[in-house]
Design a protein around this ligand. Sequence first.
Ligand code: NZQ
Ligand code: ZN
Length: 395
Amino acid sequence: MKDFVFCSPTTFIFGRDTEKQVGDYCQKFKKSKVLIHYGGGSVIRSGLLDRIKGSLDRAQVAWVELGGVKPNPRASLVYEGIKLGRTEQVDLILAVGGGSAIDSSKAIAAGIPYIGDFWDFYEGKALVQNPIAVATVLTIPAAGSEGSPGSVITREDGLLKRAVNDESLRPLFSILNPELTYTLPPFQTACGAADIMSHVFERYLTNTTDVEFSDRLCESVLRTMVQDTPRVLAKPDDYGPRSNIMWAGMVAHNDIVGTDREQDWSSHDIEHELSALYDVAHGAGLAVVFPAFMRFTLQHDVMRFAQLAVRVWNCEMDYEHPERTAAEGIARLTAFYHSIGLPTTFEALGARVEDIPVMAQKLNLTNGRKLGSFNPLTTQDVEAIYHLSRANAAN
Ligand code: NZQ
Ligand code: ZN
């Protein structure tokens, strides 16, 4: 196990009707003017936005609003939010929605006090300092941004999708009401499941030894997703599995399951190039990339893949040929994604083979730099993984 410092300071308010407490929590944290930031309209249609405004009004917390965040949130709206936040002198950005609304809120929060261009943070040219506080009312379990220090933004110029990770960007508080997820379209529920599972895989595939306890935590998240995703697809208003998924999504990415180990994250970077170029849903892209990455890296640590296959996919261990068990686990992952309605091949995403070199180049693996830590990848390796993902379904 690796040494670590772990601090997850977010207050989580979990349960039915909890969004009605948003005003009280703003008061508790002494926030007096809020920028409510949301997406393309689902929160208006569901009536959630009105309930939130009502709660803020009752607590006498002033607010302004900015909607229109797109999935794979764009830099242009972040600039608008920074301008509005400065003019209105807000002291909290309240994201109402999923990872996109939350990540855009984090970018605005970091950008308001910064004199330069907020994009500097996403290019590694500057460090986030003293951001405005962010709070969230989560409507889709997926990205884990409600508890994470991360934010991912797409800059339209050059179609660059880049991430920043800074501890100061963990939300002040996050409201998680599983009932708010009942209205999710089945495809978004499935994309969320793939993202949650991928956040665990990025940590599970590690070279750090003696991590049995956190392996078990990871497996527990994965088994929950495998069991409960089909249940909510069959019955969208089933509170029990919806609540398990919502909490699993937070636990998968606030780093409690991975803080003791070296983590990989190359599949996320490989996927981000797909969602930057084709605007595909992040979870759908991961459902295509991860099985291919696993097949590419299987030989690097056959026993780790075999352990995953046995403990999560109930495969029988073939002691003479553990690589067969390992491969069977990957095949079951692909079959699971297929069964919940996700694309499992590169072409099914609408991606084009001729773009593979461009996507691999954009990862900028030059001067000996490699991607990830489990089995560090070169540009050629990344290209090979994109090509492998064209045939995931064949396994
Ligand atoms: O925009 P609206 O109208 O709200 O509709 C959204 C959107 O179309 C809809 N939706 C959300 N909740 C709903 C709902 N529709 C009906 N009922 C509800 N309750 O779902 C669509 C997707 O929303 P989005 O916020 O884009 O989804 P998600 O949470 O998957 O976020 C994806 C973004 O998060 C980034 C991804 O790269 C992507 O840009 N990530 C952020 C991370 C982080 N900050 O730590 C880590 C992740 O790995 C990920 O990269
Ligand atoms: Zn993700």
